[in-house]
Structures are given as C-alpha cells and as structure tokens.
Design a protein around this ligand. Structure first.
Ligand SMILES: NC(=O)c1ccc[n+]([C@@H]2O[C@H](COP(=O)([O-])OP(=O)(O)OC[C@H]3O[C@@H](n4cnc5c(N)ncnc54)[C@H](OP(=O)(O)O)[C@@H]3O)[C@@H](O)[C@H]2O)c1
Length: 284
C-alpha cells in the first residue's frame, strides 16, 4: 500500500504571499473514499500534493490510489479505518509523519447524515452523528496540531454545511453537528493564527455524492432532490479557496443564496419548511 517516503526538503518556489503554494505539500484527507473528499484528493494530487487518504472502504481507496498514479502528487497513500476511533486518528498522524515526513494540510470531509424527528430519534443517532461529523474532525485537528505547527504554510479545511447557518426540521442532529463545526472553525482560526495555521470552512449546499445512500437513520426527504453541484466542481472551489487563503467558502449560488436568506429571512425559511415537513409525512 505504501510507497517509500520522498524528499520533502525541496526549497519552496517563490510565490506571492497572498496565494498558498500547493505543490509539494503533504495532506491528510478524510472521507476520501467517495464524494467531496475523493474529489478533493484527486484535485490535490493533480496539483502535486502528496496525499494520505482515508475512509472505511479500503477497496475504494485502493482504486483512488491507482487513479492518481500518473498525477504530479501520485500515487497517493491510503489507510482504511473508522475516523471515530481515537486510536485510528493517532495512527493516521503517525503514518503521515513516517510516510510523508510531516503534514501541511488536513481536509476533514468525512461525514454522515440522519433524517427524522428529534423526538422519535434514539440517543444513538445524536451520538453517532456528533461523533463522525463533529468530534472526529475536532479531535483529528487536535492530535495533528504538533505536526501542522512544524509544517510548511499549514492549513486546515473543515467541511461543513449550509445547515450550519440555519437548521432544517428532521435534521436536528446533523444541523447541530455542522453548526458546531462552523463554530469550531471560527475559534481555531483565531487561536491558530499565531502558529501560522490557516483555517478554511467549506459550507456546502446540495452536492452530488453518496451522502443520501449512507444515512445513519431515515430516508431522503423530497425537498433535497433539487439540482445539486457536482463533487468535482465543489472540490475545485474548495481547493481554489485554500490557495487564495479564504476563511470561508460557500460553493455555488444555492449555498450562497441559502446563507443569505437565512440571515435576512429566517422566519420565512422556517414557515416554508414547516409546510414542506407536514406535506412530506416524515413527521409522525
Ligand atoms: N452531499 C451533500 O449534499 C452535502 C451537503 C452539505 C455538506 N456535506 C458534507 O460534505 C462532506 C462529504 O460528504 P459527501 O457529500 O461527499 O458524502 P459521501 O459521498 O457519503 O462521503 C462521505 C465520506 O465520509 C466517510 N465516512 C463516513 N463515516 C465515516 C467513518 N465513521 N469513518 C471514516 N470515514 C467515514 C465515507 O467513507 P466510508 O463510507 O468509506 O467510511 C465517505 O468517504 C460531509 O461532511 C457532509 O456532511 C454534504
């Protein structure tokens, strides 16, 4: 699975300070076996980043490694495991130090959803969603900090959601987790500025991926079936935001429109969602 470590001490090329140079960087990407994480891994490998990719489905990661073989940063390294395990998170950082010689970027894209009314949901749903969507990325960042501090122009990308701006019915656990991710990004951005570690929050709107196939509980509501942005396009926007040292990015007009409306017309959104929720029959 692993290819031998390469020399990481090549001198950084001259580059305007307002742009982050990606070539030669070392990145850990969670959720890389599908959707947005996978697309970000491909985009970074294409741009000459050496990637350690993770997810639970090893066969998907092996296929991804093959796909990146001819790319500037490829073939990427991978390690399969459950990101909610603290031992596995520690192992990933050790692996990055051993195999990549350190770490410059973390992209925390692993995530899972659950649909259903909060009153009918089991406490396991709340714990499960918080674990994968909030605790895992937060604790991964914590354990990675020493490596990032020693990295070259380091940065953290947290993949959040527009539902971190304004919650929807039947998504209580997921919205809470993504609001927590958004809040964490704000805190880290300030606390880590002195260490020179940048923090980018990517708040996604509807995106084509396998997200709806792997819900912890419930089924996809009809209102989520509108046009979605492709994972590839989303990944390009995220990577561009990373290069331009943005603090936050909302890929696409649907995401931007929702965040804007949530700020200006929160009651309107709530009223529309109440009507849709009643019609959906998903509320018992
Ligand atoms: N799709 C959307 O409309 C949308 C909208 C807003 C935000 N987002 C966010 O975007 C991020 C990426 O999701 P996606 O849309 O690309 O969905 P996806 O295709 O289902 O990808 C989710 C990834 O997370 C990994 N994952 C889930 N649970 C894991 C666990 N316990 N341990 C390790 N890896 C785990 C999955 O890998 P394995 O199954 O192989 O473990 C998969 O690679 C998520 O944070 C999601 O909340 C998505």
């Amino acid at each position: 699975m692993m290819s031998p470590p390469r020399d990481t001490m090549r001198p950084a090329p001259r580059w305007p300070r307002w742009r982050r140079q990606l070539t030669g960087k070392r990145a850990l990407i969670t959720g890389a076996s599908s959707g947005v994480g996978r697309a970000v891994a491909l985009e970074l490998a294409r741009r000459g980043v050496r990637v350690l990719a993770t997810g639970r489905r090893g066969e998907r990661l092996a296929a991804l490694a093959e796909e990146t073989a001819g790319m500037a940063g490829g073939p990427l390294l991978y390690e399969a495991g459950d990101i909610t395990s603290s031992a596995f998170r520690r192992h990933l950082i050790d692996l990055a130090n051993e195999q990549l010689g350190g770490l410059d970027l973390i992209v925390a894209a692993a995530g899972s959803g659950a649909i259903g009314s909060f009153r009918d949901a089991s406490p396991d749903t709340l714990a499960g969603i918080m674990d994968v969507d909030f605790v895992a990325p937060a604790e991964l960042v914590r354990v990675a900090l020493p490596a990032l501090r020693a990295g070259h122009d380091p940065a953290i990308v947290l993949v959040g959601s527009i539902l971190g701006y304004h919650p929807l019915p039947l998504h209580a656990e997921y919205c809470a987790a993504k609001a927590a991710v958004r809040s964490l990004a704000g805190t880290l951005r300030i606390e880590l500025a002195e260490d020179g570690i940048g923090v980018l929050l990517a708040s996604l709107g509807p995106t084509e991926s396998e997200f709806w196939n792997h819900l912890l509980t419930g089924r996809r509501p009809s209102w989520s079936r509108g046009r979605a942005m492709s994972a590839v396009r989303t990944a390009r926007i995220i990577v561009r935001a990373l290069v331009w040292r943005r603090r936050e990015v909302l890929p696409g007009w649907r995401a931007k429109g929702f965040a804007f409306a949530a700020r200006l017309f929160p009651r309107l959104i709530d009223r529309a969602m109440m009507r849709r929720t009643r019609r959906s029959g998903l509320l018992s």
